[in-house]
Ligand binder design. Structure first.
Ligand SMILES: CC(C)(COP(=O)(O)OP(=O)(O)OC[C@H]1O[C@@H](n2cnc3c(N)ncnc32)[C@H](O)[C@@H]1OP(=O)(O)O)[C@@H](O)C(=O)NCCC(=O)NCCS
Length: 296
């Protein structure tokens, strides 16, 4: 049987593995899959983080119910995939397999279902972990992987440039105008995902017509899109200034974006390799761009 990845279905996939649509009542099991796959201690998921995680897992289900599946092994949910379509762009939002069920084909089977949901799109994006099995699955599906970096630590606030008057607070009313920037840089609007971010307490800052940054003040930068590096640099420094935690993180920065690395290193953050951004088709230049880990 040919699969959407163009390879024969694997023989070692366990016979008891069943792929089915995601249901609302799967949520507790999916939280367990998430924690197991990404080795997160359940105790770390306390409110408001656990509420935000539930909202994050339900958002693709609300916008793209036909792109969300689980794998059931002997009656237990062991894996989940969520893909979203935004205009002409397909994004893999989540692929996770419980640690004890990894390596028996659940990830591969779910990836095939998620890819089938994107057949009428002409570009794709995936924000990847550093797991080589994920890289194998994505490159097999025709995605080109470029390495990404993360910047973590405490920012040296004295090194922050003075706030630029051009950077102003954004709101739901600005989303239509910002959609054009996302279309030009990453191939599709971010609108439904920006609504999700604002609904769950994120802050939107923008330079009208030039770009925007979304920050979660308690954790770091969520997404940044800009038309040029001058705007991107101003937005990133304003976004970081708006974070009110000691330790913060900016993740999945495509490694060739020197404008971001120079700024983050200059602010005292530690930069290290983490993950990859995978693209297929021609989503756009993908720079200046820091993708949303969940919705690219
Ligand atoms: C990545 C992940 C989704 C893969 O799912 P899985 O069910 O474990 O993987 P599968 O059994 O379907 O195998 C996937 C492929 O990776 C290959 N693979 C296994 N180990 C590998 C390695 N060390 N390096 C490269 N490829 C490897 C397998 O051979 C398989 O290819 P095949 O079909 O040609 O045999 C899963 O392991 C996981 O949840 N990891 C932790 C969370 C994570 O990083 N998710 C991805 C976020 S982007």
């Amino acid at each position: 049987v040919d699969t959407p990845t163009g390879r024969p279905a694997r023989a070692r996939t366990t016979a008891n593995l069943r792929i089915r649509a995601f249901r609302v009542d799967d949520l507790p099991a999916i939280v367990s899959v998430w924690e197991s796959a990404f080795a997160i201690e359940p105790s770390e998921q306390e409110p408001p983080v656990s509420e935000r995680l539930h909202a994050r897992l339900m958002h693709p289900f609300f916008t793209d119910p036909e792109g969300c599946f689980v794998a059931d092994l002997d009656g237990q949910v062991v894996a989940v995939v969520q893909a979203v379509r935004r205009e002409r762009l397909w994004c893999l939002s989540l692929l996770a397999v419980m640690a004890t069920a990894q390596g028996v084909g659940a990830g591969s089977a779910l990836m095939d279902r998620a890819l089938a949901y994107g057949t009428d799109t002409d570009a794709g994006l995936i924000v990847c972990s550093s797991d080589p099995r994920a890289h194998e699955l994505y490159s097999r599906a025709g995605f080109r992987l470029q390495p990404t970096l993360q910047a973590t630590g405490a920012i040296n606030r004295r090194a922050l440039p003075s706030p630029l008057r051009a950077v102003v607070e954004g709101s739901y009313d600005d989303l239509d105008a910002l959609a054009a920037i996302s279309r030009d840089i990453r191939g599709a609007e971010h609108t439904p995902d920006l609504v999700f971010a604002l609904d769950t307490g994120a802050r939107l800052m923008q330079i009208p017509g030039q770009g925007f940054v979304v920050v979660r003040p308690d954790s770091g930068v969520w997404c940044l899109v800009a038309r040029d590096e001058t705007a991107a640099t101003a937005l990133l420094s304003s976004g970081l200034a708006a974070c009110d935690v000691g330790e913060l993180a900016v993740r999945f920065i495509p490694a060739q974006q020197r404008w971001a690395i120079d700024l983050l290193v200059g602010l005292g953050l530690e930069v290290s390799p983490y993950g990859a951004l995978a693209a297929r088709g021609a989503p756009g230049p993908l720079q200046p761009f820091i993708p949303s880990a969940a919705f690219a």
